[in-house]
Write a protein of this length. Structure first.
Length: 113
């Protein structure tokens, strides 16, 4: 995921707009994780186990981001801005992890692992 896809709050952007962007991007990353999960069957047992472990980690990161987004959506105005920092950080971690997993999967798949 490129940094340009970050859902950071832009000057003048509404809270609702930010939350909507984050939900959409979270859904897209969830779909990527699901694709990775179904593709692990193409590998031998040792490689499949490694990817299953990695997918489980990605799913936990996704759940963390979902919880943070829930808290953000249900926060008061005072806490909302502070919570966006945590959401942005969780987003960066998850998107980078998904990108790395996709790259590793593609590399292994191309080399016939």
């Amino acid at each position: 995921m490129e940094q340009s896809t970050m859902p950071e709050l832009r000057s003048g952007e509404s809270r609702k707009s930010y939350e909507g962007k984050m939900e959409a991007r979270l859904g897209a990353l969830g779909a990527e994780i699901d694709k990775l999960k179904t593709r692990t069957d193409q590998f031998g047992s040792e490689t499949r186990q490694q990817f299953d472990t990695e997918v489980t980690t990605l799913q936990k990161q996704k759940e963390d981001l979902q919880h943070r987004l829930y808290d953000l959506k249900h926060s008061g105005e005072e806490a909302w801005q502070d919570l966006t920092d945590g959401v942005d950080s969780a987003w960066r971690n998850l998107s980078e992890s998904v990108e790395q997993a996709v790259q590793r999967f593609t590399t292994r798949h191309q080399h016939g692992a």
